[in-house]
Write a protein that binds this ligand. Sequence first.
Ligand SMILES: Nc1ncnc2c1ncn2[C@@H]1O[C@H](COP(=O)(O)OP(=O)(O)OP(=O)(O)O)[C@@H](O)[C@H]1O
Length: 318
Amino acid sequence: MQLIEAKGLARTFTTKHGEVHAVRGVDFTVADGEIVGFLGPNGAGKTTTMRMLTTLLAPTSGSATVTGFDLRARAAEIRARIGFVSQNGGANPGYDVTTELVLQARLYGLSPAAAAGAADEVCDFLQLGDLRDRIIGTLSGGQRRRLDIALGLVHKPRLIFLDEPSAGLDPAGRNHLWSYIRRLRDDLGTTVFLSTHYLDEADALCDRVLILDQGKIIAEDSPEALKRRVSGDAVTVEIDGDLGPALERLKAQPFVRDLVEEERRLRFRTDVGERAIMATVRALDQSGADVTAIHVDRPTLDDVFLTLTGAGDGAVNA
Ligand SMILES: Nc1ncnc2c1ncn2[C@@H]1O[C@H](COP(=O)(O)OP(=O)(O)OP(=O)(O)O)[C@@H](O)[C@H]1O
């Protein structure tokens, strides 16, 4: 079963400076049991799409079903079946952890006894047991994110939306959180739809990734397949003086792909950057270029976008 089915979903905001087309008609599905990531830069429309799918914001056009119910006609049914963890969380910093979880469960209509049971269960699952009596305002960033997820889970939704779940966490905290997110699906069978800026996060967690750019989905694939599209390292060579001879010389090298000319530097893609360095230096030496620096970068999210959106303006042999 598809838990999300979006068709031409769009949202335009009218501001005093004009219209902002935040989401320009997205079509996608999320199947029961999947972990799907929405990957995109700031302002791509990730949060706006999530807010529409969680019934918090009306679409300007298009339609969607979530957990099998129509977004416009059956919002209450959808809300009862989903969890939403927003970027800022919604917990009251003055309450203790248990009180907040029980209150949240009561909001979903659970009896006091059932709410207390649900709070216990979710605390056990997310290993919040030792923090049950702690005042929320005193939790660390990682603990707070775990509580935010617990609040989104307390009514046992089939589908949970996580908006940039690891924003603001250090690397250890992110790794920790990722293991909890995997368990949501693996142990509880919860379908997860998350948004992120980070390719490594999508890679670590997602079965499938939708890449959003300027309100449109520009690619949809498994993380592996996406990485294959941008396989290889980026090599940057900085040159003093005329770039022309160096450009011609590099173009002729078999290991050079997607050669791009920028101000005072040449960039290209190659399978293994470290291996290409010696050959690059030799080739440039023969061209008489005055090389001032050369460095290698692993593919980043920027590279994914550059590749998917057409390798930028300066590509000379793409
Ligand atoms: N209430 C609003 N009024 C006007 N413009 C808005 C509103 N909400 C969002 N936008 C604009 O819509 C666009 C998409 O924003 P959105 O928050 O969905 O992006 P995002 O991909 O979640 O970004 P981020 O990664 O920064 O959270 C942006 O240009 C944003 O400024």
